[in-house]
Design a protein around this ligand. Structure first.
Ligand code: UCC
Ligand code: FAD
Length: 563
């Protein structure tokens, strides 16, 4: 009789096990804030691991159902979600996953605090992080463009820490004609009375359809004809009795992943709506939402990478093959070290954007910082969205066959990760968004100058070789767009994704160099130097064919004492 049973992986007891997060708190935050936040973040992590993870497992196992009719034949279009999903949404509200950013208890750093909370909330949320992203985006757009009534009535609900008062918001943009190209939308808005409109059309993907409110796009059609440009509208989804307001749910999507999240096709059949922002400026206005949700997407990608890595590391200490634990096999260590570097880069990019966003929201950002935020938002989303799929695929492989088996709950990580490069702008569409943003207000030059200044601020002589490598890439990349444009604008477009990935690698290199300098001497300094060197070798033109230097993985994995 075989008697061997493998121990499954467990999540770490403390945040200190997350190298990227721990170092960020120690090196990047003002000491006072790091001291204040660490305890509450530890408590949120414990809640995520112990309370949310079982709720998420139940929510993934009990996907939402669409009940079209009541027993007597009345159309009801009920979307039934399980109580665990509702509880997960409630926890987000109680934990201030959105509110922390708006309460601004710590000024511009409040956005960073809120993103740290999201980073811990997301991996065990069964993608309840998706409605949180759209709710945060809606809060921002209402704060900037909503009328006083919406600000008074809706905004406090979106920002509430009381789960019984908390509302979530949807974002209905995609139609059958196009998701990337929303200008192909066919929905119309017919004016009614002094201020209101009624919407008619079909929305092809609407996630978190249980949200109480939604922001959506339509073309106004009045006596003068139909507008050429889209406008943005606010919709209250249900009436006082809980009935949908002239909305038919056609069906729920049967999706590869994000299975706990209801995503519906809707027909709007005269749905009452209110104009938000200027008529005909819908895309520009909804961009305020997009720029928030894209950073949520990136933060959640980093969160998944962190979780996957933690599980794989834990398992590598437990699983034995060929006479010793996996972690003692040099090649497995290199694999985990590569994952660690990828996670660190995602974390750095996300939290640099969160820092800039906080400064923008508090009116503290310079013109150059605003430009950097505009350019780095699509780049961070597209880069992390693409990398998380590869990283989680590697995590599954690190478990061997167990990684492919449903009840380990690992496959669901990969299924959920696969949505991250698709929604909120695909990789190509965001690469083109980078082009659009860099061509405005000298955007590219401003970003290159900002990176150059940060590089020049690194004065530690021990890093002069690394600085030279990064400077050389910066100088080359600075002129690449104009060289491509000189060939043709088609050449520039064709290379937009390459440009975006090179930019992500360059920005990450600058951030890692700063991190290595901040870490100084000692174990943490050694670790960041090793991470930086690996990144430069693999991503900045130095040869990826070069052998792994001895001892580098041990330093990256922070395994002092192991050779
Ligand atoms: O997928 C969705 C929800 C999923 C759930 C979210 C959860 C996320 C996190 C949770 C993780 C677990 S909602 C659907 C998302 N859809 C998209 O992202 C659409 C992708 N397509 C684009 O981004 C396109 O580039 C479009 C739609 C923006 C292009 O439309 P147009 O009609 O061609 O528009 P233009 O002409 O390019 O831009 C119109 C105006 C311009 O300003 P003006 O008029 O002043 O020149 C642009 O500069 O909008 C401005 N604009 C922006 N401004 C466009 N994009 C931006 C931007 N990102 N930031 C600032
Ligand atoms: P298309 O726009 O048809 O794109 C197809 C391919 O063409 C992509 O690879 C794209 O990169 C490429 N492409 C398009 N244009 C260009 C170009 N100019 N140059 C180069 N390549 C190009 N939408 C909402 O509005 N609200 C939601 O709540 C929502 N929830 C979603 C939930 C899930 C699970 C999923 C999968 C999607 C959801 N979406 C939602 C829709 C999502 O935002 C769109 O699917 C996405 O924006 C892509 O649009 P599309 O599907 O029309 O693809």
């Amino acid at each position: 009789m075989a008697s061997f049973y493998q121990q499954g992986p467990t999540l770490p007891a403390s945040l200190a096990a997350d190298g990227a997060l721990d170092a960020y708190l120690k090196l990047r935050l003002p000491e006072r804030l790091a001291g204040q936040w660490r305890g509450p973040l530890e408590r949120l992590w414990a809640r995520s691991r112990d309370e949310m993870a079982p709720l998420a497992a139940a929510a993934e196992a009990n996907p939402p159902e669409h009940i079209s009719y009541d027993p007597w034949g009345r159309r009801i279009d009920l979307i039934q979600v399980c109580p665990e999903w509702q509880k997960l949404e409630g926890i987000a509200s109680e934990e201030g996953v959105i509110a922390t950013a708006y309460e601004r208890a710590d000024g511009a750093w409040s956005r960073v605090h809120q993103f740290l909370r999201l980073y811990l909330y997301h991996p065990n949320s069964a993608i309840a992080s998706c409605p949180m992203a759209m709710t945060d985006g809606a809060a921002r757009v209402l704060q900037r463009h909503g009328d006083e009534d919406l600000k008074r009535w809706v905004l406090p609900r979106l920002l509430s820490r009381d789960s019984s008062r908390f509302w979530t918001a949807g974002q209905w943009m995609t139609e059958r004609g196009g998701g990337s190209d929303v200008s192909r939308s066919e929905t119309i808005a017919v004016p009614e009375g002094d201020e209101g409109y009624r919407l008619y059309g079909v929305k092809w993907f609407t996630s978190a359809t249980t949200a109480q409110v939604a922001m959506t796009l339509a073309r106004v059609e009045d006596d003068q004809g139909r507008d050429e440009k889209l406008s943005l509208f606010f919709v209250e989804v249900r009436d006082q009795a809980g009935q949908l307001r002239n909305i038919q749910v056609n069906r729920l999507k049967d999706k590869l992943g994000t299975r706990a999240l209801p995503t519906a096709e809707l027909t709007l059949e005269g749905t009452p709506a209110r104009l938000v922002g200027e008529r005909g400026r819908g895309v520009a206005t909804i961009a305020d939402i997009l720029n928030i949700t894209r950073l949520y997407n990136a933060c959640c990608a980093a969160g998944y990478m962190g979780q996957g890595l933690a599980l794989a590391r834990d398992y590598a200490g437990k699983r034995e093959a060929f006479g010793k634990p996996l972690i003692e096999h040099p090649l497995h260590r290199e694999t985990l070290a590569d994952l660690t570097v990828e996670h660190e880069v995602a974390f750095q990019l996300v939290f640099e954007c969160a820092r800039l966003l906080g400064r923008e929201e508090c009116g503290e950002a310079s013109e150059r910082e605003l430009t950097c935020l505009r350019l780095l938002t699509p780049v961070t989303k597209l880069y992390t969205g693409k990398q998380v799929v590869a990283a989680i695929s590697e995590v599954l492989e690190a478990f061997g066959g167990a990684g492919y088996v449903e009840d380990t709950r690992l496959p669901q990580l990969l299924r959920n990760a696969q949505v991250l490069p698709i929604w909120e702008g695909t990789t190509n569409v965001l690469s083109l968004d980078l082009l659009r943003a860099m061509q405005r207000n000298d955007g590219w030059t401003q970003l290159i100058d900002a990176l150059d200044a940060r590089l020049k601020a690194i004065t530690t002589t021990a890093f002069s070789r690394e600085r030279e490598i990064i400077q050389a890439e910066l100088n080359t990349l600075a002129h690449w767009p104009e060289q491509l444009q000189a060939v043709s604008s088609e050449a520039l477009q064709a290379n937009a994704r390459k440009l975006a990935f090179r930019l992500a690698a360059l920005v990450a290199a600058v951030l890692l160099l700063e991190q290595a300098e901040l870490a100084g001497e000692g174990d943490m300094g050694d670790r960041y130097q090793a991470i930086l060197n690996r990144w430069l070798r693999q991503r900045l033109g130095c040869s990826d064919h070069a052998a792994y230097p001895a001892g580098e993985a041990v330093r990256i994995l922070d395994m002092g004492g192991v050779d």
